[in-house]
Design a protein around this ligand. Structure first.
Ligand SMILES: O=C(O)CCC(=O)C(=O)O
Ligand SMILES: [Fe+2]
Length: 267
């Protein structure tokens, strides 16, 4: 087959003025693979959050698992998962994370700004998910200047049992861009869901896969824009291309659609 000769009409990116219930439902149902909302974040939120983050040192994700390194400000589950279980050190790291974010001295909570705008039209509302009654991380500022390897995100496969106190019926990944590079840094999504045979392409010890895993599957490429937010189906293999110039910094969190129709977020 010639690559790109046959296209899936539902493997498409939708650009919208807001995350309406129809667009979120399209993503959950598989009628699109990504929803982009330009100018999602007010300019002052971008500028003040970025200004504050620029004064702080970022940590790296676990360097054995995440290579090339990705920098982060805040805590996410991926550094605290062993044998399909969330380890207790997630909760201790989360206390530090909360102090660090509060220490930025922002007059608003950037993740709450994101949640409020993302969930504004969603009938079931939006909140940070809980596990064992404890609130999860609201999200992470991520800086993948050298890119993310080809990977997928799916709590069902990464964790045994329910990660949150609620059963999820769909999962999305949310990113709002605070700073974008001068060149590169595109998010690429392939029309390919994980299959056990894909494990032969797994990079040893890594979260990522050799790009050959996606073969000639069709793909879409999204060049991030400052202030834009993107919600994707992270079960499709995706990657971030290496970039040059300015830092590529996004506010990111996972979003689950619960059985009771709520949007539940976690980092
Ligand atoms: O930064 C991005 O555009 C996507 C990062 C990613 O892999 C994710 O949000 O799951
Ligand atoms: Fe991802």
């Amino acid at each position: 087959m010639t690559p790109g000769a046959l296209r899936d009409p539902f493997f498409r990116v939708v650009t919208a003025a807001a995350f309406t219930r129809e667009r979120i439902a399209d993503l959950a149902a598989g009628r699109c693979v990504a929803v982009r909302v330009p100018n999602f974040l007010p300019r002052h939120v971008v500028e003040e959050t970025l200004g504050a983050l620029e004064t702080r040192a970022f940590d790296a994700y676990g360097r054995k698992r995440v290579h090339p390194p990705v920098m982060r400000f805040g805590v996410g589950v991926s550094d605290h998962c062993r044998n399909g279980r969330l380890t207790d050190d997630y909760w201790t790291a989360l206390e530090r994370h909360r102090k660090d974010w509060e220490g930025l001295g922002l007059p608003f909570d950037p993740f709450e700004e994101c949640r409020t705008a993302l969930g504004a039209d969603w009938p079931g509302g939006i909140r940070v998910g809980t596990r064992g009654g404890r609130e999860m991380s609201a999200g992470v500022a991520r800086e993948p200047n050298q890119g993310f390897q080809v990977h997928f995100d799916h709590a069902l496969r990464e964790f045994s049992g329910d990660l949150l106190d609620s059963t999820l019926v769909a999962q999305f990944a949310f990113n709002a861009y605070l700073s974008v590079p001068d060149a590169g840094g595109e998010t690429v999504i392939w029309c390919h869901l994980w299959h056990p045979a894909d494990e032969e392409f797994r990079l040893p010890g890594s979260y990522g896969y050799d790009e050959a895993v996606v073969g000639d599957a069709e793909c879409v490429e999204l060049g991030p824009e400052v202030g834009e937010a993107v919600l994707i189906n992270p079960r499709c293999f995706h990657a971030v291309r290496p970039s040059r110039g300015a830092r590529r910094i996004a506010l990111g969190f996972a979003v689950g659609l619960s059985l009771t129709g709520e949007l539940l977020t976690w980092g």
